[in-house]
Design a protein around this ligand. Structure first.
Ligand SMILES: [Zn+2]
Length: 492
């Protein structure tokens, strides 16, 4: 199977870290970048070098998906599922297991620990469920690859640095869009009153979300938005809980839109029947709560309606990402955000920087680019845009002025060459260039301000300059950040 260029690069980067005795590496790459294929190729290589390899997932639904990809590589993994007794597990070079099941197979873990050459691949590595297994002393000698699109943890969760030594980065979402490997998104927002949301254990409580969204006007609005922005398209709707799902479904149906719903309570066979029906295009709208997440893959989805709120960047990107697969005749996909998520967590396609620590507090620190909503068509754009790309609405000068003022008045002297600017001037200049590029060509994706900065800094003094810049910005891991920036731009 031929790998994409970025997949080959990821593989090489991980091998290089392994050679430098960094045995536990996070492979960070967006949904849709082919992580499973990348780690399957690494599994094949490891087995050819006499390694025993085990792939861990956090959900039973993902067992089949992982093992199917391995089978395409002519690997024949043994699947350790719930029914398999400990002493019945045969000796094989390759296993697939859910972490929860593996943790309950102590005899097998003992046997596994005796393999001198051992490689563990943890899928969805940001999930804490893997920690217990990965931190077992008898597995300390194993090489570990932690695959994830969002290496982010919060609150009291164990920091990723407690488990992993380093991180490698795949392409960004915007790179994948540019390369035609993911579909671009058009995002619409809503004027939902979210002032009374409550957070418990890091996430908005279902009760407070329900109180905010359980309103007749909003049930109607969600249907109205679907009809205005994505009429007839194949859509998936994410709701808060069973009751909210049922009422959202009722609203679609009473407006004459053929739709079905699934929740965690839907019997398995029924669930599959509905998902298959939606895949085949028998009805356009599928409403769900907490079912269609990781592992659910239908490239023909054209619209994602997020009819809920979340504080979780993983969940937000995962929901949006379900619409991003490319498919014949699909030029873009539509995101309808009813829960203020784009404002809170940034647009799905925005560039993000990740680190293995999670002491981040403010929006700036987690790198959320500010957004604003067009008052006419509700399309969400970057805060600096002076014109709505959707309807052409010109934002009043006041709104853009704050952004403009910063650069216009300026923070940089336009008579000097950008190569001579200090970091602050350079950033102001770069932001100005990015906004101007967007204005000149509103239909095209303008280069981000960061890409201007990096081009100049790299020319001026390579890696060192970039690291100094990252330090001046207070980024958590200047070295990791620098490597990633150089890597994704092919400058190293
Ligand atoms: Zn507009």
């Amino acid at each position: 199977m031929k790998l994409w260029e970025h997949q080959v690069r990821l593989k090489t980067d991980i091998s290089n870290l392994f050679k430098r005795k960094k045995k536990r590496v996070v492979m960070c790459s967006p949904t849709g970048s082919g992580k499973t294929v990348t780690f399957s190729a690494m599994t094949l290589e490891a087995i050819n070098n006499n390694f025993v390899t085990i792939i861990l997932t956090d959900r039973h639904e993902l067992l089949d998906q992982s093992s199917n990809t391995l089978v395409r590589y002519n690997l024949d993994p043994f699947i350790i599922s719930r029914g398999v007794k400990d002493h019945r597990i045969p000796s094989r070079p390759c296993y697939v297991a859910t972490t929860q099941t593996l943790a309950k197979r102590p005899q097998f873990l003992q046997r596994l620990s005796r393999s001198k050459q051992l490689m563990i691949i943890a899928d969805e590595a940001h999930k804490t469920v893997h920690d217990k297994v990965l931190l077992r002393e008898e597995l300390a000698h194993a090489y570990v690859i932690g695959a994830t699109a969002t290496p982010k943890r919060t609150g009291r969760m164990l920091e990723m640095t407690e488990i992993y030594d380093d991180i490698v980065f795949g392409p960004s979402v915007s790179d994948l869009i540019t390369e035609g490997k993911l579909a671009p998104a058009i995002t619409y927002g809503a004027k939902t009153d979210l002032s009374n949301l409550e957070i418990k254990r890091g996430e908005f409580t279902a009760q407070s979300q329900y109180a905010a969204l359980n309103k007749p006007s909003l049930y109607l609005d969600v249907v109205h938005k679907y009809q205005s922005y994505a009429a007839g398209s194949k859509a998936v709707v994410y709701c808060i809980d069973v009751s909210h799902t049922a009422q959202t479904l009722a609203s679609f149906r009473s407006n004459g839109i053929s739709s079905e719903m699934i929740t965690g309570d839907t019997p398995k066979a029924e669930r599959q029947r509905i998902i298959d029906g939606h895949k085949k295009g028998l009805f356009p709208v599928l409403v769900n709560c907490d079912v269609l997440t990781a592992g659910y893959d239908d490239p023909s989805i054209e619209t994602i309606i997020v009819n809920r709120c979340t504080t979780s960047i993983s969940l937000w990107l995962q929901m949006c990402g379900r619409g991003s697969r490319i498919c014949d005749g699909k030029h873009h996909f539509t995101i309808i955000d009813m829960g203020g998520n784009a404002d809170r967590l940034g647009l799905w396609e925005q560039d993000r920087s990740w680190s293995l620590t999670h002491k981040n507090k403010s929006k700036e620190e987690v790198g959320v680019a500010p957004t604003k909503m067009c008052p006419k068509c509700e399309r969400i754009t970057a805060a600096g845009a002076s014109k709505c790309f959707g309807c052409g609405y010109m934002f009043p000068k006041e709104e853009t002025k704050i952004v403009d003022a910063e650069f216009e008045v300026k923070g940089f002297d336009s008579s000097k060459a950008p190569e001579t600017y200090n970091f602050k001037e350079l950033e102001a200049w770069a932001r100005y260039q990015s906004i101007k590029a967007k204005e000149r060509n509103p239909d095209k994706r303008a280069p981000s301000w960061l890409s201007y900065v990096i081009r100049i800094l790299h020319k001026r003094g390579g890696k060192k300059q970039l690291q100094d810049f990252a330090v001046s910005k207070g980024y958590k891991s200047p070295k990791i950040w620098t490597d990633k920036q150089l890597q994704v731009r092919g400058l190293n």
